[in-house]
Design a protein around this ligand. Structure first.
Ligand code: PAF
Length: 281
């Protein structure tokens, strides 16, 4: 695996590959890699081409200074995991390299940035749209891989690519979970032992909504309120529970057949998010 830290070195190798007709498959990350990230890499490997992975802790998407400072950084372990996984290139830029004046971009306004998690984390998705646009501009991937765990991010990135008319195929990979159902996330590291035992309740509550919808319940407002109460009862501080159209995260109506149940809830110092996709037949 080649490791590069500058856009110039990245471009040189990617251009050489593209001149030989190679496709570029891109897996952007913020590091602290776990099985969820490695599933993205595994998915990338199902495409023919060169796999480029990035590790960049993007300051623009952190709303609270302490969260940026405390974000887990495990670079040596990450490099070992990616080498083992046969990634072709790892891009580890500094802040100035990504946010340089030479890397000129146009960032479109995506209204979905201000909804759901965007209400509770102002500027969060604007920061993601900014960095992903910048990374796409230098990596010029044919395919980019994202996890369904960050479902709102995934929909926003699809909208970004459509808005800019970028020829990039966005691939999504299902959420990887611990045996007890907790979605894998770097932020799980903020849970203490007692909170870690409680944490799978988030998925359990969403699963119970899924079951009720499968059994015919369509009063989505009541279901959302019920889930908020259940989460509060077991010790979470929920930001929201929302049942939305999976396609664009618009309101889910009685006849919306592909829906997503999403939630964000605090447990101690950790803000956990999770979702379940559901096709109603
Ligand atoms: O999902 C993430 O890890 C980050 O939001 C991303 C897409 C790498 C942008 O910083």
């Amino acid at each position: 695996m080649q490791t590069v830290t500058t856009v110039a070195a990245l471009r040189q190798q990617i251009t050489a590959w593209q001149e030989c007709g190679e496709k570029i498959i891109f897996v952007p990350t913020m590091g602290n890699l776990h099985a969820g990230h490695l599933a993205l890499v595994e998915h990338a490997k199902t495409f023919s081409g060169k796999i480029v992975c990035s590790i960049f802790v993007n300051a623009l998407q952190f709303d609270r200074e302490e969260d940026l400072q405390n974000y887990p950084r495990t670079l040596q372990q990450d490099i070992a995991a990616l080498e083992h996984d046969l990634v072709d290139m790892l891009f580890i830029p500094e802040h100035e390299e990504v946010y340089s004046a030479e890397n000129q971009i146009t960032v479109p306004k995506i209204p979905l940035n201000q909804q759901l998690c965007g209400i509770f984390r102002p500027g969060f998705f604007d920061g993601i749209v900014e960095v992903v646009t910048r990374l796409f501009a230098v990596v010029t991937p044919d395919t980019a891989v994202f996890g369904e765990k960050d479902y709102q991010q995934l929909v926003i990135i699809k909208q970004l690519v459509a808005e800019l008319g970028l020829p990039i195929q966005i691939e999504q990979v299902s959420t990887q979970r611990a045996k007890d159902g907790l979605a894998l996330s770097s932020r799980n590291a903020y849970l203490n032992d007692a909170e870690r035992i409680l944490a799978p309740q988030l998925y359990a509550v969403l699963s119970s909504l899924k079951k009720q919808i499968e059994e015919g319940s369509r009063d989505y407002i009541a279901l959302q309120e019920q889930a908020m109460l259940q989460l509060t009862k077991v010790g979470f501080r929920p930001d929201y529970v929302a049942i939305r159209a999976a396609e664009d995260l618009g309101e889910a109506c009685y006849d919306t057949d592909f829906i997503v149940i999403l939630a964000a809830a605090w447990l101690g110092k950790a803000r956990l998010i999770d979702n379940i996709l559901l096709q109603i037949t």
